[in-house]
Design a protein around this ligand. Structure first.
Ligand SMILES: Cc1cc2nc3c(=O)[nH]c(=O)nc-3n(C[C@H](O)[C@H](O)[C@H](O)COP(=O)(O)O)c2cc1C
Length: 182
C-alpha cells in the first residue's frame, strides 16, 4: 500500500510540472564565433526537457568587422543595425546571452536592450568569455542596462567560451536554482 506521504509528494511534483509546462521562455543571444550559440542551444534543450515552452532567437547584424573594429564598436557602443528585434511580450522569463567584447557586452545586445520591452520581465543573463579579462565588468554593465530597461534579474552567470560543453552541467545547475527560486 502506498503511503499518503508518497502520494502527496507525487501530486506536488505533478502540479509543479504542470505549472512549469505552461511557462513560455525566450532565449535571445548574440554570437559571432558560435560559442554563445552553442550554449544557447544547450540551454534550450535543457529547458524543453524540463517542460518549458522555448523560443530561441539570435540577434543578427551585418555590422561586423575584424577583431579591432569589433572592439572599437563595443567600446563606443556602436548602434548596429539588427535584422529584427525579437518579440518579448509572450515570454514570462527571458534568457539573454552575449559574448564579452572589450570588457563589455556586445553592441548587438545593447541595441536589443534599448529597443525591447523588458518592463517587469524576469531575466536571466549569461555571458561567454575568452581570457576572462573584464568579464565581471561586462556582467555588471549587462545587469545595469537590463535593470534600467525595467527587467528584473533572477540570475546571472558566465562561462568560458571554449568550455561550454565541459562546463554546461555547472551552468545548468545555476539556471535550475534560479528557476526554483523565482
Ligand atoms: C571583438 C572581441 C572582443 C573580445 N573581448 C574579450 C574580453 O574583453 N574579455 C574576454 O574574456 N574575452 C573577450 N573576447 C572573447 C569572447 O568573449 C569569447 O571568445 C566568446 O566566447 C565568443 O563568443 P561567440 O563564439 O559566441 O562569439 C573577445 C572576442 C572578440 C571577437
Amino acid at each position: 500500500m502506498t503511503s499518503p506521504y508518497i502520494v502527496k509528494v507525487v501530486i506536488a511534483k505533478r502540479k509543479k510540472a504542470l505549472y512549469y509546462r505552461s511557462m513560455n521562455v525566450s532565449i535571445i543571444y548574440f554570437s559571432l564565433s558560435g560559442r554563445t550559440k552553442m550554449l544557447s542551444q544547450y540551454l534550450a534543450e535543457y529547458l524543453k526537457a524540463e517542460g518549458y515552452s522555448v523560443e530561441i532567437n539570435p540577434l543578427i547584424t551585418r555590422n561586423i568587422g575584424a577583431f579591432v573594429r569589433n572592439c572599437i564598436d563595443a567600446f563606443t557602443r556602436r548602434k548596429v543595425n539588427l535584422e529584427y528585434i525579437p518579440e518579448t511580450n509572450d515570454a514570462e522569463i527571458l534568457f539573454l546571452g552575449s559574448p564579452v567584447w572589450a570588457f563589455d557586452i556586445t553592441p548587438a545586445m545593447y541595441v536589443f536592450l534599448e529597443k525591447a520591452n523588458l518592463k517587469d520581465k524576469k531575466v536571466f543573463l549569461y555571458n561567454t568569455y575568452g581570457s576572462g579579462k573584464g568579464k565581471d565588468r561586462a556582467m555588471a554593465l549587462f545587469c545595469r542596462k537590463v535593470e534600467s530597461s525595467g527587467g528584473k534579474i533572477i540570475g546571472k552567470t558566465d562561462i568560458k567560451g571554449r568550455r561550454v560543453k565541459d562546463d554546461f552541467a555547472t551552468f545548468k545547475e545555476t539556471v535550475q536554482k534560479c528557476l526554483n527560486q523565482s
